[in-house]
Write a protein that binds this ligand. Structure first.
Ligand code: SAH
Length: 341
């Protein structure tokens, strides 16, 4: 059977379910594809599946990083609570709503509210923020980590549309070694609850974690599919100097793009962002991420003074100017032959 076998059984005009490369969706098959010497045919297929299923629009999302306080100790993350050298901040609800309004005026139609796991914000507080922002008509995505199920339910009832909670790695042992405070089982059970509550659900994982192999990444991809994710963020690990993983090399941009391409084949209709960490490493490479299957990008609208303190990983950040940065990004997307949305 040819690797394009899926195509021959398809009716005219009907989108292919997973792409002909993946008639056998097994760990071995995916790992083998990730290891190909020449991946260009898979990229081309991912690009075609992306165009057929989500079109040529690149969705632009605003992200407001509203608190860098975190109770957890994730060993890769600069916000982990053991990093005592970091100045911590909290943006108050009124300023969160005001920033969202500015993003709306600049043309954004989705805002992602992200934070460390910060118990200061009760579900009631966040619920009020969501309700206020929803008055603009914007879609609201929350990304505040693991919460009690009642809180996910309450926030959904307040109007939150989407929730992002990356599973980080689908390898149970690797997950435990990186997360002294949590388990993969709990992370995945949160994701299932989020999905059950009717959120558009986003998971994702990092590329380049210690000990990760192509098989690990294959399992990550299959977990995205099993969870039936509506969104999936796949990004390279970037070492942060004030974390235990400071000396571990960053993840490969090529492998990240390959994983995104395979995610597109496994989840043809999903929203797949070009993650910010990929942008940090991937400057001026020949195949841009929007030709590898991705269709979403996020821009920080966090006020400048706070943005510099939300340092999950090191990145060069300029001053925040919500309007001009959006215009600049729209022009960059057009230059790639895509439609900013
Ligand atoms: N507290 C929230 C938000 C986490 S930050 C939560 O738990 O979901 C968003 C994402 O950044 C994480 O899910 C992780 O995948 C990514 N991230 C964290 N540290 C990173 C690093 N050093 N390099 C690359 N990505 C990182």
């Amino acid at each position: 059977m040819s690797k394009f076998a899926g195509r021959e059984h398809r009716k005219e005009g009907e989108p292919m379910a997973t792409g002909g490369f993946l008639e056998k969706q097994t760990v071995e098959k995916l790992a083998e594809l990730l290891r190909l010497e020449d991946f260009s045919e898979v990229y081309a297929e991912a690009d075609r599946v992306r165009r057929e299923n989500v079109g040529d629009r690149v969705q632009i999302r605003a992200i407001l990083e509203f608190s860098n306080h975190c109770r957890r100790q994730c060993r890769y993350c600069g916000l982990n609570r053991n990093n005592t050298g970091l100045e911590r901040y909290r943006i108050q609800p009124a300023q969160m709503v005001e920033t969202a309004r500015q993003a709306w005026e600049a043309g954004y139609r989705t805002i992602v509210l992200q934070s460390g796991e910060d118990g200061y914000y009760t579900a009631q507080m966040l619920g009020e923020v969501v309700k206020e922002i929803k008055k603009t008509g914007m879609a609201v995505t929350l990304s505040c980590g693991e919460l009690p199920v009642e809180d996910y339910a309450y926030l959904r009832a307040c109007g939150a549309d989407r929730y992002l909670l990356k599973h980080e790695t689908a390898d149970t042992q690797l997950y435990s070694s990186l997360h002294p405070c949590g388990t993969l089982e709990n992370r995945v059970s949160c994701l299932r609850e989020i999905k059950r509550l009717g959120y558009e659900t986003g998971s994702g994982f990092m590329i380049g974690l210690p000990g990760q192999t192509e098989e690990t990444i294959a399992r990550d991809l299959l977990l995205l599919q099993e969870l039936n994710c509506d969104m999936a963020g796949i990004g390279p690990f970037v070492p942060h100097p004030d974390t235990p993983l400071r000396d571990h090399p960053h993840g490969s941009t090529e492998l990240t793009k390959r994983a995104v391409a395979l995610a597109r084949l496994l989840l043809p209709k999903a929203n797949l962002p070009a993650t910010t960490s990929l942008g940090v490493l991937d400057q001026g490479e020949k195949n841009d991420i929007f030709s590898c299957g991705a269709n979403v990008i996020m821009r920080k609208v966090t006020p400048s003074s706070y943005k510099k303190l939300y340092e999950i990983y090191p990145a060069a950040l300029g001053e925040t100017d919500i309007c001009s940065e959006r215009k600049e990004l729209e022009a960059q997307i057009r230059a790639l032959g895509k439609i900013p949305y």
